[in-house]
Design a protein around this ligand. Structure first.
Ligand SMILES: Cc1cc2nc3c(=O)[nH]c(=O)nc-3n(C[C@H](O)[C@H](O)[C@H](O)COP(=O)(O)O)c2cc1C
Length: 192
């Protein structure tokens, strides 16, 4: 069974992200194509990147990095739930991504975003980052407007049309996640 991590990418008090990520998890739980888990980066207490050796070398020294790496390594694919901050993703999510490297590689991801313009620019920024960490990001995405999917910009009340959008995105994530697992399995095999 494929393991999909739903990464909650905002950490501030009163964040809208928590309701959005919980909605993703609730919808996903009714599926049988993968196992889904919510991962709140807030729970990992990551400081600003404090590893002396670049993460691409995989020589992590800090206990918080090792804990974060172990969690991310346990997934085959991801759904990033991202706010839009200043036309990009949150600093907290970017920092959490920067902490690791190999644990992201050859996996798949999709995006759920929210903001006044649906968080579209945050996802575009994340797509550039995905290329560098060797994550295959799927086309389908879910975008929530602060104007039409939230009451008073703070109470999550998603339009029902997003159910089908999430379904389409998760199908693509599971498809690519399954395909990429074969790439990782082949790389892990000792050469003949
Ligand atoms: C620092 C900051 C910058 C923001 N910049 C944008 C922006 O550029 N575009 C946008 O559509 N919304 C922007 N917003 C609005 C957020 O998308 C909105 O408040 C959202 O709920 C933030 O996610 P969170 O509640 O999970 O932290 C910004 C909010 C914050 C706190």
């Amino acid at each position: 069974m494929l393991n999909v991590g739903i990464i909650l990418g905002s950490t501030r008090p009163n964040r809208n992200g928590e309701a959005v990520a919980k909605w993703v998890l609730e919808q996903a739980k009714s599926r049988t194509d993968a196992s889904y888990e919510l991962v709140d980066i807030k729970d990992y207490d990551l400081p600003l990147l404090d590893e002396p050796i670049p993460p691409s070398q995989g020589k992590y020294s800090q206990p918080h990095t090792k804990r974060w790496a172990e969690k991310i390594a346990s997934f085959d694919a991801f759904v990033f739930v991202t706010p839009e901050y200043n036309h990009s993703t949150s600093g907290a999510l970017k920092n959490a991504i920067d902490f690791l490297y190999g644990e992201w590689n050859n996996k798949a991801a999709g995006f759920v975003s929210y903001g006044s313009a649906g968080g579209a620019r945050a996802v575009e920024a994340l797509r550039l980052i995905m290329a560098e960490i060797q994550i295959a990001d799927v086309r389908a995405q879910v975008m929530f407007s602060l104007f039409t999917d939230f009451k008073n910009f703070s109470e999550f009340a998603p339009d029902p049309r997003h159910d089908a959008e999430l379904d389409a995105m998760l199908k693509q994530v599971v498809g690519w996640g399954t395909a990429l697992k074969t790439v990782r399995d082949a790389a892990a095999k000792p050469s003949a």
